[in-house]
Every structure is written in C-alpha cells, then in structure tokens.
Design a protein around this ligand. Structure first.
Ligand code: 5RP
Length: 235
C-alpha cells in the first residue's frame, strides 16, 4: 500500500520515520491508532518480517486487526508491566507537545497505553502542528448510562468557560451514535481556543460519567512531523 494524497504522503513520512529513529530490537511498543499510526504499524510489520524482534500493545481494535494482518506480534498490559515506547498520532499538537487526540474515538485506550509507556512519540503530518489547541473539536468519552445528563454537565462547565454547546458524535455514514471500543459514546466540544489545556483536562475528567477526554498534556516526549515531500523533522 502506498500513500496517495499530499497529506497521506506526509503521514507516511512521519509514521515510517519513527521506525528508524526510535524502534530497537527487543522493545515493547504501544501501537497508536489512526491513519498516521497505521503507516507506522505497516512499516513495523515489514521490519518484523526482516527479523526485528518487538512486541506491541494496540490502542484500538482497528490497530489490533492491522497489526495481526501485517505480522506484528501482540501482547497486553496484563502480560507486560511497562512499555518502552508508544508511537501514536494526534489531531492537533502545539509546540510544547500538548495534543488533542480522539478524532478516531480511540482516546481511552490510547491514554492508558501511553501512561504505561516510558516514552511517547507523536507522529503527525505538518497540518497538525498548531500554535494553540482548540480548532479541532475536543472529544470527550462518556459512559452510555445517562449520557444526556453527562452531556448537560459538560455543557454547564463549557458555558461557564465561555464555550458553546457540545455535540454527541454520530457516524456521518448513517447517523448512528458512535460507540467506542469500550462501548462508550463521544461528546465533541467546539472550543476554538484552549488557553489552559491542563486545567480543562482536570475539570472535564472530574465530571461523573466522563471516562476520559482527548487533551493529552505533558504526555508526548517528542514529535515526528512529516511533510508531503516525504521528508520529516524530529522535535
Ligand atoms: C484516534 C487518534 C488519532 O491518533 C488521531 O485522530 C490522528 O489520526 P490520523 O493520524 O488519522 O490523522 O487520536 O483516536
């Protein structure tokens, strides 16, 4: 499989560069979700076929299926206590490495796997790097029980902070409610500009019914930025 669009080429450049830059024999790896991470997983499969000895923990059922297809050996966090490195994408990343994640609704497993890792590297195309987080809607994962009430609590917090009403995420294809790999729903918050990501992260996660939100602050150690030319930059 080869990248087709310019953005896809930039994602490919980032995902594949992460292999030679960071991955070493014997590593236990967190395998991110989304299209950029999937270029990483495909390249990892090729490296494994050539003898690289690694094992991975996937951050979604989609990544698990791809890893199995391309021959990356898998394990779980029940069997290994710590991971050496997680490589995962982002919907937005600022210059300090704070991210919005969860565009693909995988934020909960992504955060757990990143938390179990000694190092986290974000793989992004150049369009993801922003001065201030917030243009991309912030995903908030909520349990299905009384999600309407949880959404109202989130809306009250956001209103106090001067933001607009959040929305329940529906599938664009058929209008059905999105269900995450853990059986939860996603509420998307339209914030435009997040001045204090760390504070908002804590405020959101305090709300009963909220399982996790997509603000990943202080988690990424480095980022690999891919460009449509096929070049990449490590920061
Ligand atoms: C999924 C994620 C992805 O990492 C994020 O959406 C980026 O995806 P892509 O690489 O396809 O742009 O957080 O929950």
């Amino acid at each position: 499989m080869r990248p087709s669009t310019d953005q896809d080429k930039a994602k490919w450049a980032s995902g594949t560069a992460a292999i030679e830059t960071y991955v070493r024999d014997g590593m236990k790896l967190g395998l991110g979700s989304g299209t950029t991470s999937h270029w990483f997983v495909r390249a990892l499969g090729e490296a494994v076929a050539q003898g690289l000895d690694v094992v991975g923990v996937p951050t979604s059922t989609g990544t698990r299926d791809l890893a199995l297809e391309v021959g990356v050996p898998l394990t779980t966090l029940a069997d290994v206590q710590r991971l050496d490195l997680t490589v995962d994408g982002a919907d937005e990343i600022d210059h300090d490495g704070n991210m919005i994640k969860g565009g693909g609704a995988c934020l909960l497993w992504e955060r757990i796997v990143a938390d179990a890792s000694d190092r986290m590297v974000a793989v992004v195309d150049d369009s993801k790097v922003v001065d201030t987080l917030g243009t991309f809607p912030l995903p908030i994962e909520v349990i299905p029980f009384s999600w309407e009430s949880t959404q109202r609590s989130i809306a009250r917090l956001l209103q106090r902070l001067g933001y607009s009403e959040p929305d329940l995420r529906l599938r664009t294809a058929n209008g059905e409610v999105v269900v995450t790999d853990s059986g939860n729903h996603i509420i998307d918050a339209h914030l435009q500009k997040i001045d204090d990501p760390l504070a908002l992260d804590a405020q959101l996660n305090w709300i009963p019914g909220v399982v996790e939100n997509g603000l990943f602050t202080g988690i990424a150690d480095e980022m690999v930025i891919g460009y449509p030319s096929g070049k990449h930059e490590v920061r």
